[in-house]
Design a protein around this ligand. Structure first.
Ligand SMILES: NC(=O)c1ccc[n+]([C@@H]2O[C@H](COP(=O)([O-])OP(=O)(O)OC[C@H]3O[C@@H](n4cnc5c(N)ncnc54)[C@H](O)[C@@H]3O)[C@@H](O)[C@H]2O)c1
Ligand SMILES: [Zn+2]
Length: 384
């Protein structure tokens, strides 16, 4: 038996944040990304809480890639406040932090489990609809993906007003994260007819709108920004059901060891991991026993309009298309470009440990090809 569940109510479209004007809770603990507070975007949220007559505390001790320490500090602050409702306003880092804060506060005080509304301000992780949270152990330099349905927010609000300020570089990184979620969920060993619908739609929107969303600073066209905000959520629904794969298992290590932003790490890896999963390189003309995922990658490529005359050619054009996206959006294509201060020796001496951790990552078991440690080592070396 298989199941497909949607837990989170999603509010979207023009003025979606006005949902907060009818909030039934009169005391709210807001967890917000510091940029959202300093840049004034938080007012888009608080004006509706004011209208609803709700009191609120704003907690903004949030940093990219939330650490175990930040979770501890947040749990203390939340248990001091004891608000019946939490609203998180930020990217995947703020949302994941809040998920863990609520979860661990509940473990300390089992009767306390506040209602949780997520307002994403990046279009990337889809964390507002996933049972995943990624926490960094800064002592061991390891990112842990926690998976638990209790992490799921009760509501998500997708309002384009919250994503207009995202700079082009972060739009590129987070957009590549959306595309990676869509592709990995689609070829996952847990993919189903239900998750595939979300994966395909999310990938299609990336194809149609990611570059124009990236160019927002010049065009001021909000439609691509809104489409990518929805795509992030759709891809979140897809991978919440189907999970991800080795690309994410490896990207988590690059984030933990070298602080490469999550979406950028995925973008660096994506062509290499597709090539590994399918066994298709640029010179491949035929395969004796193509893995089932070859057909699936090819189907997705054709669906979004970057396919070719047969499956092998379609996988190659998909890889070329991803590379073209990286070039157009100036996304680094290797570690040397992404982190020029890291020396080759420094990187190579971490590769064995990263390969081990990538194989043990919660995202890797649903990869369409079961990776051997040496194969992962080779891929980490290749992307340097
Ligand atoms: N839980 C999940 O399902 C899931 C899935 C994928 C990734 N993740 C995790 O999410 C984290 C990455 O999240 P992210 O990519 O959303 O980035 P992020 O939350 O770390 O934010 C990146 C940067 O963007 C800034 N920012 C956020 N909103 C902005 C806005 N509206 N305008 C301008 N700047 C803004 C932040 O201040 C920050 O500097 C990683 O830790 C990753 O491992 C979680
Ligand atoms: Zn991701």
């Amino acid at each position: 038996m298989q199941s497909f569940n949607l837990h989170t109510s999603i509010h979207f479209g023009a003025d979606a944040l006005s949902r907060l004007a009818t909030l039934e809770y009169k005391n709210v603990f807001i967890v917000a990304d510091p940029f959202i507070v300093s840049g004034g975007l938080i007012k888009n949220v608080t004006k509706y809480l004011d209208a609803a007559g709700a009191k609120y505390t704003i907690y903004s001790d949030v940093a990219p890639d939330p650490s175990v320490e930040k979770v501890g500090a947040g749990v203390t602050a939340l248990l001091r406040d004891k608000a019946p409702c939490i609203i998180t306003v930020g990217g995947g880092s703020a949302i994941d932090l809040t998920k863990c804060i609520r979860q661990f506060a509940n473990q300390i005080e089992p009767t306390y489990f506040p209602y949780f509304i997520a307002v994403p301000t990046t279009s990337g992780t889809g964390s507002e609809v996933t049972a995943f949270a990624v926490i960094t152990d800064t002592e061991k330099n390891v990112k842990h993906a926690i998976v638990d349905n209790k992490l799921l927010p009760e509501e998500a609000i997708l309002d384009v007003e919250m994503v207009k300020s995202i700079p082009a570089g972060i739009t590129a990184d987070t957009g590549m994260d959306v595309l990676t979620h869509a592709i990995e969920a689609y070829v996952s060993t847990n993919a189903t007819a239900f998750s595939d619908i979300y994966s395909k739609k999310a990938a299609q929107v990336c194809k149609d709108y990611l570059i124009s969303s990236y160019n927002y600073e010049f065009t001021r066209d909000v439609i691509p920004r809104e489409k990518m905000h929805f795509a992030s959520n759709l891809a979140g629904v897809a991978f919440n059901a189907a999970s991800l794969g080795l690309n994410h298992g490896m990207a988590h290590q690059l984030g933990a060891q070298f602080h490469i932003p999550h979406g950028r790490a995925n973008a660096i890896l994506l062509p290499t991991v597709i090539s590994y999963n399918t066994g298709i390189e640029s010179h491949t003309m035929s395969l004796v026993n193509p893995a089932p995922c070859v057909h699936k990658y090819a189907k997705l490529a054709r669906y979004i309009g970057v396919g070719s005359y047969n499956d092998i050619a379609s996988v190659k054009t998909l890889i070329n298309y991803i590379d073209e996206l990286r070039i157009q959006m100036k996304v680094p294509r290797c570690i040397r470009e992404a982190a020029p201060t890291i020396t080759k020796d420094e990187y190579m001496c971490k590769v064995e440990a990263m390969a081990e951790a990538a194989i043990n990552d919660r995202c890797t078991p649903t990869n369409p090809r079961v990776p051997k440690k040496q194969e992962v080592v080779d891929m980490f070396e290749k992307i340097f």
